[in-house]
Design a protein around this ligand. Structure first.
Ligand SMILES: Nc1ncnc2c1ncn2[C@@H]1O[C@H](COP(=O)(O)OP(=O)(O)OP(=O)(O)O)[C@@H](O)[C@H]1O
Ligand SMILES: [Mg+2]
Length: 176
């Protein structure tokens, strides 16, 4: 894991970019986030098809001591998994209208006592909690991805500060 250009705002350290060089590093980054996570945390994932959102979510599950992470059928929008804390893995990919997202009744998850991880969060930003950690993932090359973290709220500035301490070992593993 390379520490990318750190993007500081003049008002404070609210952004950070990390570069992952392999699916295994992305999972380890996720596992680190999973270990840092607290009840009520909201992690919003944004990035185009195949950039590594699910790969990161698998790592988060691992970091929460969720043993039985298995890929679900593609029509499942919300999955509840139980480890150190509940993980609510939400995937908005198949939803196009904001009304459809509102109809899901996500608030019981988002304002509940688990950790919510939302893939394709850009589809629902206007109805998702304003305080969150935004994670923008971009494809750089076959095995390289940029993770740009933006904190919105005090709790998420704290997570960013903890992420800055991160040094991730190189491992070989795959996400699929
Ligand atoms: N550094 C990396 N981090 C994460 N994934 C990587 C990396 N390098 C290559 N990959 C590959 O990219 C793919 C990422 O797939 P993944 O399902 O996590 O993407 P996604 O963003 O969830 O896609 P979708 O939009 O379809 O939900 C996997 O095949 C993985 O092996
Ligand atoms: Mg996915």
């Amino acid at each position: 894991m390379k520490i990318g250009r750190s993007l500081y705002r003049r008002s404070g350290r609210s952004q950070l970019e990390l570069i992952s060089l392999s699916p295994g590093q992305t999972q380890n980054l996720g596992a680190h986030l999973g270990r840092l996570a607290q009840a009520g945390d909201i992690l919003l994932l944004v990035g185009s098809l195949g950039t590594g959102k699910t790969c990161l979510a698998q790592g988060i599950a691992r970091g929460l001591n969720i043993k039985d992470y298995v890929l679900s059928p593609s029509f499942v929008i919300v999955r509840e998994l139980y480890g150190r804390l509940p993980l609510y893995h939400i995937d908005l990919y198949r939803l196009d209208r904001i009304e459809e997202i509102m109809d899901l009744g996500l608030d019981e998850y988002l304002y509940g006592s688990g950790v919510s991880v939302v893939e394709w969060a850009d589809k629902g930003l206007s109805v998702l909690p304003a305080e969150h950690l935004l994670i923008e993932i971009s494809y750089l090359s076959l095995n390289e991805r940029s993770f740009r973290f933006k904190s919105n709220g005090k709790r998420y500035r704290q997570i960013l500060a903890e992420l800055r301490q991160l040094s991730i070992k190189k491992v070989r593993s795959s996400c699929s």
